[in-house]
Design a binder for this molecule. Structure first.
Ligand SMILES: N[C@@H](CCC(=O)N[C@@H](CS)C(=O)NCC(=O)O)C(=O)O
Ligand SMILES: [Fe+2]
Length: 370
């Protein structure tokens, strides 16, 4: 069985789709945001259920579609732990495996292009990202790259895979599609037969111009592809509200929470969290709104003991309705309370108007299913 190889001509990036033939569960490696329609149609055409989006590293030349695929196709996001992609649901360590149906993809730490870069092994295939390229290798001059680490990753990690292993690179700038470990070990112009010193000299002499989109791509890729200046979901996505401190985008809420300024309170029921998913580290205080019920004493007691003095309370529900009610009540109790716009799942109508940008999961922020 072969992986499906797809190409983005603008960045010369290869994206790969692997799947289990029996269950049709699939995984995508290094998806490109401009190609989301193509990728969704390939998934449909093959009848696949996308389980995972996987990054080989935080790219500097294009933006990933991981967060969009999480929303549109229900995939979970995975990325190398060392890449600082804080929004990925699974932070991969060397040797970890991702399962799709009865198949497994194994992560190999291969630093060098960036310090967190990984390659992935599936059956007798290896997806080398920008570590090993055909007759080349990824550059090592930015994003904590290191020629020494690259030499080690090539010679001690990738070149110890069986010679017949097919190599599927993250890019090719000359139209080549794949190679083998055996061929690269004996023919790769940068590394075959070269000492560490010779290799480092070659890498330091490359003097490549920086990727054109680096300033835009790296920050977006550190959030699984969410652009921070995107309409309505940017860092400044805050608006005042009456009866509570304000409405915030999921992305801004996440930043406040990560900075330790706020407590994230999930006001959905246990059943919703179990079925739909939850944010690891959030506090569960259900908001129960029965018709005719004036007060919610359990909520009052729980919320007062949950949010320490001086911290903001951020309320999250399914689509942003119960969280407003909870924020208003918390305000009456003396808290600085915010509603997270469009909740955990987002509101499909609002999303359509905004170009599908609302809600926690849509923003590519971390979440998990039991
Ligand atoms: N010209 C491309 C950048 C190409 C580039 O720097 N590619 C990186 C991968 S992100 C690389 O490692 N290239 C290796 C090489 O060109 O030898 C752009 O502006 O986006
Ligand atoms: Fe790269």
């Amino acid at each position: 069985m072969q992986p499906i190889q797809l190409f983005d001509a603008a960045s010369s990036t290869y994206t790969y789709i692997l799947f289990d033939e029996a269950t049709r569960e699939a995984l995508i490696i290094d998806p490109v945001d401009e190609q989301i329609e193509r990728d969704l149609s390939v998934l449909r055409q093959y009848g696949l259920k996308l389980q995972w989006t996987v990054e080989t590293h935080a790219h500097a030349d294009h933006i990933t579609s991981a967060s969009q695929l999480a929303e549109h196709a229900g995939a979970k996001t995975a990325a190398p732990a060392g890449c600082g992609i804080t929004t990925a649901a699974v932070q991969l360590e060397d040797g970890n495996a991702l399962s799709f149906g009865g198949e497994h993809l194994r992560a190999l730490a291969t630093p060098g292009h960036t310090s967190g870069s990984m390659s992935f092994v599936w059956r007798d295939h290896v997806f080398t990202g920008d570590t090993l390229l055909i007759n080349g290798c990824g550059r090592t001059d930015f994003q904590s790259g290191s020629a020494e680490a690259m030499y080690d990753s090539l010679t001690r990690i990738l070149f110890t895979l069986p010679d017949a292993t097919t190599v599927w690179p993250g890019h090719d700038y000359q139209g080549r599609t794949h190679s083998t470990i055996g061929f690269e070990k004996s023919n790769n112009a940068r590394v075959a037969g070269k000492s560490l010193e010779e290799f480092v000299t070659i890498m330091h002499a490359l003097h490549l111009p920086p990727p054109k989109r680096i300033d835009e791509a790296v920050p977006a890729n550190l959030s699984s592809g969410v652009r921070h200046d995107a309409d309505g979901v940017g860092e400044k996505a805050f608006r005042e509200a009456s009866g509570y401190a304000g409405d915030v985008s999921a992305t801004l809420a996440y930043r406040w929470w990560q900075a330790g300024e706020a407590v994230l309170v999930d006001v959905r029921t246990d059943a919703e969290r179990e079925w739909v998913g939850f944010v690891p580290g959030s506090v569960a205080v259900a908001w129960k709104q029965w018709p005719g019920m004036a007060m919610n004493a359990d909520f009052d007691t729980a919320i007062q003991s949950t949010v320490p003095h001086g911290k903001k309370a951020l309320f999250l529900c399914r689509s942003g309705v119960r969280s407003i009610a909870a924020a208003k009540r918390a305000t009456e109790l003396g808290l600085e309370a915010y509603n997270i716009l469009e909740g955990f799942e987002g509101d499909p109508d609002t999303r359509a108007h905004r170009g599908n940008k609302g809600g926690w999961r849509m923003a590519g922020l971390p979440w998990r299913q039991n």
